[in-house]
Design a protein. Structure first.
Length: 461
């Protein structure tokens, strides 16, 4: 089934795809018959033929141990059609630039999605490589060359809905901001302090914030940054320790989004002059509970907001899920089962320091030990721990907290972070008096803690 065998503007047919896979030795006759037996059920669900085949999880006879999943089938179709294959990365798509290129109805009707654009060309993803009736119209309207790529039909369908819904909400919110003024809009955002339902005027902002949460969860982001600028506001996600640009909002929409999030986090929406902290609990698409820690910072162009995402499921993860190899795990377990001493987990933001400590403490928290923590703030509640939170307004710091914990007959002490000489001295004193102390240091590499201790004039051997 290559480009020469099929006429143009022909939609893919399940039986033809199966015949080609069978002829190339990718599937067996029994597998083809298995897929054909469910074609009527799939037709009722309006599934793409590749989705039907992928849904059967057929073994790939040319690659022992592998299965024909949707990505491999899409790449195979691209080769058959002589078109480039693209695995769509939403973080690399400028949604604000591609959604105005065609209407949502046009994209839905032809099952296509623009994924890139410049002054000369527009790149369009499709899962129907032999249908091209839409190309001439699009090239004429945009006055650009159309460059085609083949992408997963599931990605095209999902991202088309997601991108256009977001663009509609941003456009609607921007129009309302210009019409009503930001001050009036922010007065409506009382969701965190009253039982009133959101007013219709702020429905677009509600939709944007809902999308923001769900998209961050899908991308497995550890932090969400909303940063106001003179011309626009920038949304960035931290994924695997690296920040990625996600979207740019109009300035007034950015401020309204920050106000909405402050309201949800039980923060003072009217106070914009000083930093604030808050928390939000929500659920992921699969129903699991997620907690977000909010922090605002006044800047020249408005309040910057950062949300740190904490997954309570981290307490249920095992060491192999955290990336520990066999040798590293043996060394780590040997260290953490000592009766006393101090262990420092170091690394940059988002590197997994907290996840490593919590997983370790969960294993150590047996009925035979008294495990106490001092944190700022308590990032995840665990009934097996005795957790205390730093309260700077009443002079309860890390160092004074450790001093108090020492009088609680602890076996294991976890200090959220060592930030100064006094805390470091208390941690070492606790370790030298028969306690196992675990803590973190915010560094870029493993040798850096020695330099920190040297700068604090804290002896380390």
């Amino acid at each position: 089934m290559n480009a020469a065998h099929l006429p143009q503007d022909r939609w893919l047919d399940l039986s033809e795809l199966l015949r080609e896979l069978l002829a190339q030795g990718r599937i067996s006759q029994d597998a083809a018959e298995q897929v054909m037996s469910v074609r009527h059920q799939a037709a009722g669900n309006l599934l793409h033929p590749l989705e039907v085949i992928a849904g059967q999880q057929l073994p790939d006879l040319q690659h022992p141990g592998a299965h024909l999943d949707l990505d491999s089938l899409t790449a195979w179709l691209a080769r058959q059609a002589g078109q480039p294959y693209l695995r769509i990365d939403p973080l690399r798509i400028d949604v604000a630039s591609i959604t105005p290129l065609m209407s949502f109805a046009f994209a839905q009707r032809h099952k296509i999605l623009a994924v890139a654009v410049d002054g000369q060309s527009v790149t369009v993803a499709s899962a129907q490589p032999y249908v091209s009736a839409w190309e001439a119209d699009l090239a004429h309207v945009l006055k650009r060359t159309v460059r085609r790529v083949v992408a997963s039909p599931l990605d095209i369908q999902r991202l088309t809905l997601e991108f256009y819904r977001l663009a509609k909400s941003v456009s609607g919110a921007s129009s309302e901001q210009k019409a009503s003024g930001l001050g009036n809009f922010e007065q409506l955002l009382k969701l965190g302090a009253s039982d009133q339902e959101p007013d219709a005027d702020d429905a677009h902002i509600v939709n944007i914030v809902d999308w923001l949460f769900q998209y961050a969860f899908q991308q497995r982001a550890s932090d969400i940054h909303i940063e106001p600028r003179r011309e626009h506001g920038t949304l960035r996600f931290r994924i695997d320790g690296v920040l990625h640009n996600v979207y740019q909002f109009p300035p007034q929409v950015t401020l309204a989004i920050v106000s909405r999030l402050k309201s949800l986090g039980r923060m003072n929406v009217a106070e914009k002059r000083k930093p604030q902290d808050g928390r939000v609990k929500t659920r992921t698409p699969d129903g699991s509970e997620i907690e977000l820690r909010l922090s605002t910072l006044p800047t020249a162009f408005g309040e910057k907001l950062v949300m740190r995402i904490f997954d309570p499921q981290v307490l249920l993860k095992d060491f192999d899920q955290l990336g520990f190899g066999t040798d590293d795990l043996s060394r780590w377990q040997a260290m953490t089962t000592q009766a006393h001493g101090i262990i420092l987990v170091t690394g940059p933001t988002g590197s997994g320091k907290t996840s490593t400590l919590y997983t370790t403490l969960k294993k150590l928290a047996t009925p035979e030990v008294n495990l106490c923590t001092i944190e700022d703030p308590i990032e995840m509640i665990e009934p097996a721990f005795n957790q205390m939170q730093v309260q700077h307004n009443i002079d309860l710091s890390f160092s004074s907290g450790v001093r108090a914990l020492m009088r609680q007959d602890p076996d294991i002490i976890m200090i959220g972070e060592i930030r100064d000489l006094e805390t470091a001295e208390m941690a070492i004193q606790a370790a030298l008096t028969g306690h196992l102390v675990l803590s973190t240091l915010h560094t870029n590499d493993a040798p850096a803690p020695s330099a920190d201790c040297w700068n604090w004039a804290c002896p380390i051997t």
